[in-house]
Ligand binder design. Structure first.
Ligand code: SF4
Length: 313
């Protein structure tokens, strides 16, 4: 696998890896955790179908079963990354479904279980409409004792209500903005997930989305290329030829435009999505993620572009 050396790409964009080194002064890795929780967009509260790109498994393909105790999940995940990357510090990543869609005391029990030796941060993935002040008050109180880096990972996908509607997100851009303002008022870190090539997305949507990220001073951005998961609504649409996916070239153009307009202070944790072969029907134009990734980096290098080179305060 030929992925560009990190030292080569460091100048082109602010990598999440560098962000973690700046924050924790050491090699730090995220360990996915799964807890028994669902999502209001799946259990019928908002809808039964879920977001059209979301598989029945959710998005945490690498996580262990939620039946496995958290300490065991962490231990097993840790073993892998210590061997492979010589990692020293870890973030427990509550990744799958909507992790604040359960009573706060239940989540606190899980957080407590995770907040053990070598864990320097907790990442909690959730929806923008599933956080309240009561909830955040309790997490803040919990963290007064633990003093960990708490990050909320919030999906927006794209700053266009019509597209959010068509993909059945069940929330608006306005909901997203309110939730980010609320989380930031508590001093927590925010990571936002973006899909730059949902059907009907235009370059204007890309510009509007990056502008919103800059206005809200999002700390970390995770960019995704659209994949088609089995057991998703998009999966059925794809098999019936009802969905048009952007070309690879278009996706690369969008990522490049996003990066060069993004405030250089925001870290980027991903440029291209991945899905295990057995879970996907379409992914990255039938190429490895790193080929697309390398093309993005090559474009930035060839055109001497860097993150934020077109960013205006
Ligand atoms: S909000 Fe997240 S977990 Fe829920 S359906 Fe959408 S992608 Fe899946």
């Amino acid at each position: 696998m030929i992925v560009k050396e990190r030292s080569d790409i460091m100048d082109r964009y602010y990598t999440y890896k560098q962000y973690l080194i700046n924050k924790f002064n050491d090699k730090t890795y995220k360990l996915p955790i799964q807890i028994p929780v669902t999502c209001p967009n799946r259990d019928g509260t908002i809808s039964h179908e879920g977001c059209y790109f979301c598989s029945e498994k959710g998005t945490g393909f690498e996580a262990y079963s939620s039946m496995v105790p958290i300490s065991k999940q962490l231990e097993m995940a840790k073993e892998k990354v210590v061997k492979r990357y010589k990692a020293k510090k870890f973030i427990a990543y509550f990744q799958n479904y909507t992790n604040t869609y359960l009573p706060v005391n239940t989540l606190l029990t899980y957080l407590e279980e995770a907040a053990k030796e070598n864990i320097c941060g907790l990442d909690i993935a959730t929806r923008p409409d599933c956080l309240t002040t009561d909830y955040l008050d309790s997490i803040k109180e919990f963290n007064n004792k633990h003093n960990l880096e708490i990050t909320f990972e919030i999906g927006l996908q794209i700053a266009n209500d019509k597209i959010l509607d068509k993909v059945n997100r069940g929330h608006s851009v306005y909901d997203y903005v309110n939730s980010i303002k609320l989380i930031k008022s508590y001093g927590f870190t925010v990571c936002t997930h973006i899909i730059l090539n949902l059907p009907e997305t235009t370059m204007d949507d890309v510009y509007n989305t990056v502008k919103l990220m800059n206005e809200l001073q999002i700390d970390i951005i995770k960019l995704h290329s659209l994949y088609i998961a089995k057991d998703s609504v998009y999966g059925k649409m794809y098999e019936n030829d009802m969905i048009k996916i952007s070309t690879q070239e278009d996706y690369i153009d969008r990522v490049v435009e996003f990066i060069i307009h993004l405030n250089p202070k925001s870290a980027i944790s991903r440029l291209v999505s991945r899905i295990p072969k057995e879970d996907g029907i379409f992914s990255n134009w039938d190429q490895s993620w790193w080929k697309i990734y390398n093309e993005i980096i090559n474009r930035l290098e060839e055109e001497q572009l860097t993150q934020g080179c077109r960013f205006k305060e």
